[in-house]
Design a binder for this molecule. Structure first.
Ligand code: GDP
Length: 272
């Protein structure tokens, strides 16, 4: 029999549809829609918005705006994750007490985290326990551990070596008296097996002070460490944690090195 659909409310329906609606034809059960957005009302007939769905038209489904929205959401969130996913690396900040480690960390966080309101750099006092901080640079997330540099705390440094991807070693360029002490600590650190192949950035800090040691002075003082450095990336960078000079250059170099170091894969991949 030729019919397409009929209405649930016969009073508003045209004559033909009214007739059909009051005497709906018997439909073989296999032609009734089994699922979908249609609902069954009255004499077991599927309807959508008051219209009975014709038998056999199984694709008669009102497109749900929710499903469209959720598809769009999935697409956009996938794109967001792809664009902002990052790999996480751990960086140790080491050096003697008073070298400027915490000041360097605060300066770094201020420069690389747009909304970071750090403490006043000139009010920072020497690290006793552990300071931590995180910054994002391109596709890398750097997690810093700034460890205390006092002699008794230096014995804790090696507990962090196995987990770290890079080391920033801070030297106080104004403190000539402690140069041999910082060199000894540096030597002990680079000869540790747990740090093999890990890139090292040596920061000659406090270069804003006129009377400080220059980079060549420091390199000369550390010259007998060169053959202990082994196969790893190593850079000596002039820096002032207080003014920010050399901070970006050092961090960008470190990011490049940890990303390309295939021997230490990131701690976490694709975090967003
Ligand atoms: P830490 O013990 O290695 O963490 O050293 P801090 O960050 O606490 O700094 C020790 C002292 O050195 C503080 O008084 C800082 O203000 C000062 N300081 C740190 N970096 C610089 C710098 O680049 N230039 C100057 N002039 N002073 C600095």
């Amino acid at each position: 029999m030729p019919y397409f659909f009929w209405l649930e409310r016969p009073t508003t329906a045209p004559r033909f549809l009214h007739r059909v609606a009051t005497n709906p034809p018997e439909l073989p059960p296999q032609l009734l829609p089994s699922t979908g957005s249609a609902s069954f009302v009255g004499a077991d007939k599927p309807t959508v918005g008051g219209l009975v769905v014709p038998a056999g038209i199984r694709s008669f489904q009102k497109a749900s705006p929710f499903s469209k929205r959720s598809r769009m959401y999935t697409l956009l969130s996938g794109l967001y994750k792809y664009m902002f996913r990052r790999d996480e690396y751990c960086i140790l900040i080491l050096g003697l007490d008073n070298a400027g480690k915490t000041t360097f960390l605060e300066q770094t966080k201020t420069r690389f985290n747009k909304n970071y309101k750090g403490m006043s750099l000139s009010k920072i006092t020497t690290t006793v326990g552990l300071n931590i901080g995180t910054i994002d640079v391109g596709k890398a997330r750097l997690m810093f551990w700034d460890l205390g540099g006092q002699e008794e705390l230096q014995s804790l440094w090696d507990k962090y070596y196995a987990e770290s991807h890079g080391v920033i070693y801070v030297i106080d360029s104004t403190d000539e008296e402690r140069l041999s002490e910082t060199k000894r600590a540096f030597e002990k650190m680079i000869t540790s097996e747990a740090l093999e192949g890990v890139p090292i950035l040596v920061l000659a800090n406090k270069q804003d002070v006129e009377t400080c040691l220059s980079i060549p002075d420091i390199k000369t003082a550390f010259s007998d460490c060169i053959n202990k450095i082994g196969k790893r990336d190593c850079l000596t960078q002039a820096c002032s944690a207080l003014t920010g000079k050399g901070v970006n250059e050092g961090i960008e170099w470190m990011v490049k090195c940890v990303v390309r170091n295939i021997h230490r894969p990131p701690r976490q991949k694709d975090i967003t």
